[in-house]
Design a protein around this ligand. Structure first.
Ligand code: TIU
Length: 222
């Protein structure tokens, strides 16, 4: 077994069964005029982690390990968007409405795309998800079985919403999960800190945390 120096203790993995999950690094969460901004958030916090996410992705690719991307998005007819999600909060514009980058969080619209710098390579798995968790109403469970993944490293946004929800879903399904602390971000620094603390509390109750450098070192030494 290989190891990543992590909290609350070493994360062990087999090089044949580890994969990277990059959660929702989309223009809609990172650029002005997108969904994140429509909720009143400072999207600059998200763009700041792009170079670190890229470094992590490139490390996995260089080692020949799978990189899986997710995108939060809905069908153009909104049939997978429950009113309970559409009507939540007090946004300036809602999911499905026309914004400066096209319809907010709708599959195929320019704003819904993954950021150019982090674009999936041909052949990489891309999961379109209508929920915050990436297992709900998607083929992710089957995809992970087909590639034989058992340990998942998480990057992306936002830490306490889609990253943490997906990590909890994965943990319950038997995957060992680690989140790369500096390759994830929240619009709220205090929520990021709390999410990371609660993930690794109680002896890694949901999973582990480590820096991108620690993850890359563990993979390089595997
Ligand atoms: N609003 C917020 O923090 N996040 C989301 O709506 N989606 C994701 O986290 N991807």
């Amino acid at each position: 077994m290989a190891e990543i120096d992590a909290l609350p203790f070493s994360f062990t993995f087999k090089p044949q069964t580890i994969a990277l999950m990059v959660i929702d690094m989309q223009r809609d969460f990172a650029e002005p005029g997108g969904f994140g901004a429509s909720l009143g958030n400072d999207v600059g916090r998200v763009t700041a982690i792009v170079p670190t996410v890229k470094r992590l992705m490139e490390g996995f690719r260089a080692a020949g390990l799978p990189v899986i991307h997710t995108m939060e998005c809905h069908r153009p007819d909104l049939s997978d968007l429950p009113p309970a999600k559409r009507d939540r909060g007090n946004p300036s514009i809602r999911i499905g409405d026309m914004g400066p980058m096209g319809r907010l969080l709708i599959a195929g619209e320019p704003g819904t795309a993954i950021l150019d710098e982090l674009a999936p390579l041909p052949g990489e798995i891309v999961i379109k998800k209508p929920g915050k968790g990436a297992f709900y109403a998607t083929s992710l469970g089957n995809e992970l079985k087909w590639i034989g993944a058992r340990q998942l490293v998480f990057a992306g946004v936002t830490t306490e919403v889609c990253v943490q929800t997906t990590m909890r879903e994965a943990n319950d399904r038997g995957y060992e999960c680690l989140v790369a602390e500096d390759a994830t971000e929240s619009y709220f620094p205090e929520f990021k800190a709390a999410a990371l603390a609660m993930i690794r509390a109680q002896g890694a109750i949901v999973g582990w945390t480590a820096t991108t450098d620690q993850v890359l070192e563990g993979i390089a030494n595997a």
